[in-house]
Design a protein around this ligand. Structure first.
Ligand SMILES: [Zn+2]
Length: 232
C-alpha cells in the first residue's frame, strides 16, 4: 500500500496537471494568462469602468451615492449570467480578479463602511440558485479588507424579475419587498455608514428600496457598490 503523506503535494501536482490540460485563459479574448481567473491587460482595462452612477431624484434622500465597476454587457454579462441562472461558479475567479483591479482605481479617499449589507434574494430563489450571487461576488473581497458583512436584509415576498419591466413597474414591483432580517440588526445598522452591494444596477429601484429600509432603521448613510451597470 502506498502511503500518501503529503496531500498538498498531491493537490499541487493535480493543479499543475489541470493547468497543463486546461491552461488559464483571459475570460474575454481567450488569450493565455498566467493564473486562473486572470485577465489579459487589454481586456481588463476595456472592461473596467469604475464610475459614480447618476441617481434618480427620488433616490437621493436614501442613497448617498452609487457606483458601478464595469459595464453590464460583453464579458461581465457573460460571467454573471451563468452564475445567476445556471449555478455555474467557474466565472467567479475572473470576477474576483476584476474586483481587485477595480479596487485600485476606486476613488474612495479613506472612506470605510461600518457594515456591508448585500441586496438579498427571496429565500426560495436563493435556495434554487444555490446561494446569493451578490454574496459570492463581494463577500470575500470586502471581508478581506476587515469590513463587517451582515445579511441584515431579507426579501419578504417573491417579486417578478425586474428585467423587462418599465421604470414605474419596477418601483411598484419592489415596493415593500424588503425588511430587516430581525430586530437585532437595528443595533448593527443604527448610526452606521452602510455599504449596500448588488450585482447589477439598472434603474436603482431595488437598491433604493433596500436603502430606504436601512435608513429607516437608523443608518447614517447608505452607499451602493455594484459589479456592473448599463448606465453610463
Ligand atoms: Zn483578453
Amino acid at each position: 500500500m502506498i502511503e500518501v503523506g503529503n496531500v498538498s503535494f498531491i493537490k499541487h501536482i493535480g493543479d499543475l496537471l489541470f493547468d497543463f490540460l486546461f491552461p488559464p485563459r483571459c475570460p474575454a479574448c481567450g488569450a493565455y494568462v498566467e493564473r486562473r481567473g486572470g485577465w489579459c491587460p487589454a481586456c481588463l482595462s476595456a472592461a473596467l469602468r469604475v464610475r459614480r452612477l447618476p441617481l434618480a431624484a427620488e433616490h437621493t434622500d436614501v442613497l448617498s451615492g452609487a457606483w458601478a465597476f464595469g459595464l453590464y454587457h460583453g464579458v461581465l454579462r457573460e460571467l454573471l449570467l451563468p452564475l445567476k441562472f445556471k449555478k455555474r461558479r467557474d466565472g467567479l475567479s475572473a470576477i474576483h480578479s476584476f474586483l481587485s483591479a477595480a479596487d485600485e482605481v476606486l476613488p474612495r479617499a479613506g472612506w470605510m463602511p461600518g457594515i456591508v449589507v448585500p441586496v438579498p434574494l427571496f429565500a426560495e430563489k436563493e435556495k434554487e440558485r444555490g446561494g446569493n450571487q451578490t454574496e459570492m461576488i463581494f463577500r470575500e473581497w470586502l471581508t478581506a479588507q476587515g469590513w463587517t458583512w451582515r445579511n441584515a436584509l431579507v426579501r419578504t415576498r417573491a417579486t417578478a424579475p425586474q428585467y423587462g419591466l418599465s421604470a414605474t413597474q419596477r418601483v411598484e414591483n419592489i415596493k415593500g419587498a424588503f425588511s430587516l432580517t430581525d430586530d437585532s440588526y437595528k443595533e448593527e445598522v443604527a448610526g452606521k455608514s452602510v455599504l449596500l452591494v448588488d450585482d447589477i444596477f439598472t434603474t436603482g429601484a431595488t437598491i433604493a428600496e433596500c436603502a430606504r429600509v436601512l435608513r429607516k432603521a437608523g443608518a447614517a448613510e447608505v452607499v451602493a457598490w455594484t459589479l456592473a451597470s448599463d448606465r453610463q
